[in-house]
Design a binder for this molecule. Structure first.
Ligand code: SAH
Length: 249
C-alpha cells in the first residue's frame, strides 16, 4: 500500500500525532521541572541551611519558589548557583543565601504588610508573598517593573503590587508597613522609609557604597534601633528621577 501525504491528514493520524506531541511536551516539561526542583533542594541544603538559616517556613519557601522563572532564559541553567545573576539593565537578582537571610531577619508569620524597594526580577517579592505577606514593591527601571509585574501575574501571585517609581519616596498610600526590605544599597539609611515603618516593625537595608553592611532596624516606642548584621554587595540604590513620569502600576 502506498501512502500519500494527504493520508496523514486523516483525523485518526492527527489525533495520534497530536496526542504524541502533547505528551512529549509534557514529558519534557516534567523532566525539566524535576531537574530544577532537585537543584533547588540542593541549593537550600548546601547554600542556605548550611550557612545557618533555620526558619523552617523560610527554608520551605526557598525550596518552593521557581528561581529559574525569574532569570533571563540564557541564565536558566545557572539559576541555582551560589551567587547573584544578571537580569538586564545592569541589575542583578540577589544570591539565594542573601534572599533567605534577609527574609528570615524580617521574622514574618503571615498576614503582614511588607514594602520592598528594588523589585528587580520579582523573586524576593515572590518569596515574601509565599510567606503570606501582602507585598508592595517599587522598581525604578520601568521595563524591569513591567516585566516583574507580568511574570508575577503569570506565576499566579495576587498579593504583590508592583509600582514603577523611586523607592526613596516610599509608598505612603499603604504605610505603615510591618516590614521593609531594601534590596539596593543607599549610602545612608533613607529616613522616609524609616518613617513608613510600623511601631514594632522590622526593616533591613544594605548601606554603603563600595563597602556595604546589612543594617537591621527596629522601631519600638517610637525609638529607632539599628544593628549591623553582615558585609554585603548590592547594586546601588539610585536617585534617577529623570527616568520617571507620573505613571505607576
Ligand atoms: N530584589 C530583586 C533584586 C534587586 S536588584 C530580585 O529579587 O530580583 C536591585 C534593584 O533595585 C534593581 O532592579 C534596581 O533597578 C532597583 N533600584 C535601584 N535604585 C532604586 C530606587 N531608588 N527605587 C527603586 N528601585 C531601585
Amino acid at each position: 500500500m502506498k501512502l500519500s501525504l494527504t493520508d496523514f491528514l486523516h483525523p485518526l493520524y492527527l489525533m495520534f500525532f497530536g496526542f504524541f506531541a502533547v505528551s512529549w511536551g509534557w514529558g519534557v516539561n516534567a523532566v525539566a521541572a524535576d531537574i530544577y526542583l532537585k537543584r533547588r533542594l540542593k541549593m537550600v541544603e548546601t547554600q542556605i541551611r548550611a550557612r545557618g538559616v533555620k526558619d523552617a517556613r523560610v527554608l520551605a519557601v526557598m525550596e518552593k519558589v521557581p528561581r529559574h522563572e525569574f532569570v533571563p532564559k540564557t541564565y536558566r541553567g545557572s539559576a541555582y548557583v551560589d551567587g547573584p545573576l544578571p537580569i538586564g539593565y545592569g541589575q542583578t537578582i540577589s544570591q539565594p543565601y542573601i534572599v533567605a537571610y534577609m527574609t528570615e531577619a524580617l521574622n514574618l508569620k503571615g498576614g503582614e504588610k511588607v514594602l520592598e524597594i528594588g523589585t528587580g526580577s520579582g523573586y524576593q517579592a515572590a518569596v515574601l508573598a509565599e510567606l503570606g505577606a501582602k507585598v508592595y514593591t517599587i522598581e525604578i527601571v520601568k521595563p524591569l517593573a513591567e516585566e516583574a509585574a507580568k511574570r508575577l501575574k503569570q506565576l499566579g501571585y495576587k498579593n504583590i503590587h508592583v509600582k514603577w517609581g523611586d523607592g526613596y519616596e516610599g509608598w505612603p498610600e499603604h504605610a505603615p508597613y510591618d516590614a521593609i526590605i531594601v534590596t539596593a544599597a543607599p549610602t545612608k539609611i533613607p529616613e522616609e522609609l524609616v518613617k513608613e515603618l510600623k511601631e514594632g516593625g522590622r526593616m533591613i537595608v544594605p548601606v554603603g557604597s563600595f563597602f556595604q553592611e546589612l543594617v537591621f532596624i527596629t522601631k519600638e516606642n517610637d525609638k529607632v534601633k539599628k544593628k549591623k548584621l553582615l558585609p554585603v554587595r548590592f547594586v546601588p540604590m539610585v536617585k534617577e528621577r529623570k527616568m520617571l513620569h507620573e505613571s505607576t502600576r
